[in-house]
Design a protein around this ligand. Structure first.
Ligand code: MRU
Length: 368
């Protein structure tokens, strides 16, 4: 994606020094655009846990680079299997809900089985991380192309009037490597000249919608309106939403979707108002081992501070203010699970399918 006419991905290997991984610091957006250097596996762990980088596909790719950095900074004795296993476990635990983290770490572990010397391990880890990055980017491009067909159909049906799309959290290019998942079809539609307008949920407590989705859409020139998290239902009742598209952190093979907290409520309102509710996700966000119910998905609970304080920009600096009495009891669930029955369809990198086992496996027969 372009920021002030320069093309960026969310993460890359530093050109002049491949021992450094660089990423956009998402904690500071939209107020400050800053690139951070990740030099060690501890830097990577910190970046994932503290949401310097966030979004399911991006944290997966970052973890893959984490294993590379761990090997690079280890000596021969430390590049043994036990050490790498510990690193993999540590990275995998940085954030529990998005399956992409485990997916990318498992890919690295598998690839490393074939490498023996330290040199070989470092080379394989870097190549694997770069491969996952390229794949994730392509997955999103494909999601964009498949999702575009949905928007085109609605546009036809509305006689080319503006298509109003509601999205939750940030499932744009910032959450991925490029393009985004939920946002990719919107960018493709906009680029094709289709009139689109996006309702952006602010997405408390970290405000990924207000801070990141608005920033992304603004840079691309896509018209949008920021709304509070409670507004979507009203808009749907008023006929002001044609389509909902959200992302996914972990989708079970039965089509249940864990995504940012609040997604479930949007799905309920969409169902009640007969509005199509789609989830856009790459293959790497499907948990092929999760056969059963939604309650098997571990929901991340984050620090109470995120709810107690709101961050904003005042007199040229980022400031935090408390919004409730001190010592308030706080619950901060990061995600919820939307049952498959509320989902109209999944927009995957291989096409669109129903949120059900048989249909998912038709697109991904190798997991049957
Ligand atoms: O807590 P975050 O910001 O990492 O949560 C991100 C989301 O919930 C996204 O919707 C999800 O990762 C899908 S993004 C491609």
């Amino acid at each position: 994606m372009k920021i002030n006419n320069k093309h960026y991905q969310t993460i890359w290997v530093k050109k002049e020094n491949p021992k450094i991984i660089q990423a956009i610091d998402q904690r500071l957006l939209p107020f400050e655009f800053k690139i951070v250097d990740l030099k060690t596996v501890d830097d990577v762990y910190f970046a994932i846990q503290n949401m310097v980088v966030r979004g399911a596909p991006l944290i997966g790719v970052t973890a893959a680079f984490g294993i590379y950095l761990a090997l690079l900074n280890s000596d021969n004795s430390k590049s043994n299997d036990k050490y790498i296993l510990e690193v993999a476990k540590m990275l995998g635990s940085a954030r529990p809900t998005a399956v992409n983290l485990n997916y990318a770490v498992a890919r690295q572990m598998n690839a490393l089985k074939k490498a023996h010397s330290w040199n070989e391990k470092v080379r394989v880890a870097l190549e694997t991380a770069k491969r996952i990055l390229r794949e994730e980017k392509e997955y999103c491009r494909q999601i964009g192309l498949h999702g575009l067909t949905l928007i085109e159909k609605i546009c036809e049906k509305k006689s080319h009037q503006t298509v109003n799309i509601l999205t939750h959290c940030n499932a744009g290019w910032l959450a991925c490597i490029d393009y985004g998942t939920a946002m990719a079809p919107i960018y493709f539609a906009f680029d094709k000249g289709i009139k689109v307008h996006v309702w952006v949920d602010e997405t408390r407590p970290r405000n990924q919608g207000a801070r990141l989705t608005t920033w992304e859409l603004g840079h691309h020139g896509v018209p949008f309106t920021l709304i509070t998290d409670n507004t979507g239902g009203h808009l749907m009742q008023q006929g002001l939403v044609d389509l909902v598209i959200v992302g996914s952190d972990r989708t079970s093979i039965k089509g249940n979707v864990a995504n940012k907290i609040g997604t479930y409520l949007k799905a309920l309102s969409a169902k009640d108002n007969k509005i199509p509710f789609y989830v856009a996700l790459p293959a790497s966000s499907i948990d092929w081992e999760l056969q059963n119910n939604c309650d098997q998905i571990q929901i991340e609970q984050r620090d109470a501070e995120e709810v107690m304080f709101v961050e904003g920009f005042r007199e040229n600096k980022i400031e935090k203010v408390r919004i409730c009495p001190e010592n308030t009891n706080i619950a901060n669930f990061g995600f919820d699970v939307t049952p498959a029955r509320l989902i109209t369809g999944l927009i995957t990198d291989r096409g669109i399918c129903k949120a059900e086992r048989e249909d998912i496996l038709k697109l991904f027969p190798e997991y049957n």
